[in-house]
Design a protein around this ligand. Structure first.
Ligand SMILES: C[S@@+](CC[C@H](N)C(=O)[O-])C[C@H]1O[C@@H](n2cnc3c(N)ncnc32)[C@H](O)[C@@H]1O
Length: 358
């Protein structure tokens, strides 16, 4: 039962009481959890009558503080995993922020000792960003596929979160670095807990069983794009003796010259195969960026959506777009590309295209 006190007695000590929204913020509860706790009598609101005669509920800060010391508070704060949740191991509270349509890129920083292998690859993604996706789209023990493994950022994220990874990489050099990365940056023996395959995904994917993986996440090679990178970026990498392209191999999709042919191979031979290998109702996350080619803006992400959305999958079902999360790359340096005559964008975000097999 709510206590009732007159406005004057509370207004003198206003800081001792909080309005409902501020009390919710203090506890870090959603409205639903807040009202549930109140119903259970874990704290009691006080009714205040304002000078205009309106009754308002307020909450005693002292009472909220002592509630925050209890086990009941800790349980509600951490939340529970809904028994109907077959997708991941997140509580309702953890789930909600992950449904935002953007997130900020996180990395170790170039000087971090664990960033030295990653630096040897021209286009790695951050294992921390991928960890977020893996935690949302899988449960512990599930299997994740990456058809363009690079230096095993996906496998590293899997190892750190207790998932299994199948990672396919064409270049022998990056394959070797992948093994070294898991062994030195995570734990001795870690590379053995995952399937790190050295080979061409176009040939290997058809050999993988239909409906055998729980999530696919990858960033594809870009159609000759490494050769089209900013001149300064290339010069910098050359000066530091770092690779500016993945390989000279004809099987390397980064070396396919014609954009249409590149899209065709990427969607038909890679992503639609990955869709077949996915279990029903599971998700695929494709991390891509738009880019410029000889002054033309190529909307790579929308070309991929156009080619993949509602495509029928061999063995049954179709791929259905669920969202496009923006990965904000806030730390990148601004370059004065078009200044002072024209708008040339500093592309400082990537898209995470999220498809589901239905
Ligand atoms: C954008 S990178 C992926 C980087 C990776 N996400 C990481 O963090 O290390 C694309 C990778 O695809 C590889 N690749 C290109 N063609 C391939 C193919 N046909 N089969 C397998 N890998 C291929 C390239 O060697 C390159 O390492």
């Amino acid at each position: 039962m709510a206590k009732k006190i007159d406005a004057p007695s509370i207004f003198g000590e206003a800081e001792d009481y909080l309005k409902k929204t501020h009390a919710m913020d203090k506890l870090g509860f959603s409205r639903h959890t807040f009202e549930k706790a109140q119903k259970q009598g874990l704290f009691t609101p006080t009714v205040v009558t304002t000078e205009k005669g309106k009754e308002v509920l307020v909450y005693s800060v002292a009472e909220l503080n002592s509630f925050m010391q209890t086990d009941e508070y800790r349980k509600l704060d951490e939340g529970t995993v809904d028994p109907r949740n077959t997708l991941n191991d997140l509580t309702g509270k953890e789930w909600l922020p992950e449904t935002k349509s953007y997130f900020f890129q996180k990395g170790l920083g170039a000087d971090h000792p664990d960033a030295q292998i990653e630096k040897l690859h021209p286009a790695p993604y951050s294992f921390q960003d991928i960890e977020k996706l893996i935690l949302f789209f899988t449960k512990k023990g599930m299997t994740v596929l990456d058809p363009f493994g690079g230096v095993a950022s996906t496998a590293k994220a899997c190892e750190l979160t207790g998932r299994k990874c199948i990672s396919i990489e064409l270049s022998e050099k990056y394959h070797e670095l992948s093994i070294k990365r898991l062994e030195t940056e995570v734990a001795k023996g870690a590379s053995k807990r995952h399937q790190l395959i050295n080979g061409d995904s176009c040939a290997i994917l058809p050999t993988l069983e239909t409906g055998s993986v729980d999530f696919m996440v990858t960033s594809p090679p870009y159609w000759g794009i490494l050769n089209k990178q900013d001149r300064k970026v290339i010069e910098n990498r050359v000066a530091n003796n770092l690779d500016t392209k993945y390989s000279e191999s004809e099987l390397d999709l980064g070396n396919v010259e014609d954009y249409k042919e590149f899209l065709n191979i990427l969607t038909k031979k890679i992503f639609m195969q990955c869709a077949r290998i996915l279990r029903n109702n599971k998700y695929m996350a494709i991390v891509v960026s738009d880019f410029r080619d000889k002054g033309e803006y190529i909307s790579f992400h929308s070309d991929l959506i156009h080619l993949l959305n509602h495509q029928k999958i061999e063995g049954g079902g179709e791929l259905v777009l669920q969202g496009t999360k923006i990965l904000v790359q806030n730390h990148k340096s601004l370059l004065p590309y078009g200044y002072p005559a024209s708008y040339v964008e500093n592309i400082h975000h990537q898209y995470v295209l999220l498809f589901r097999k239905k």
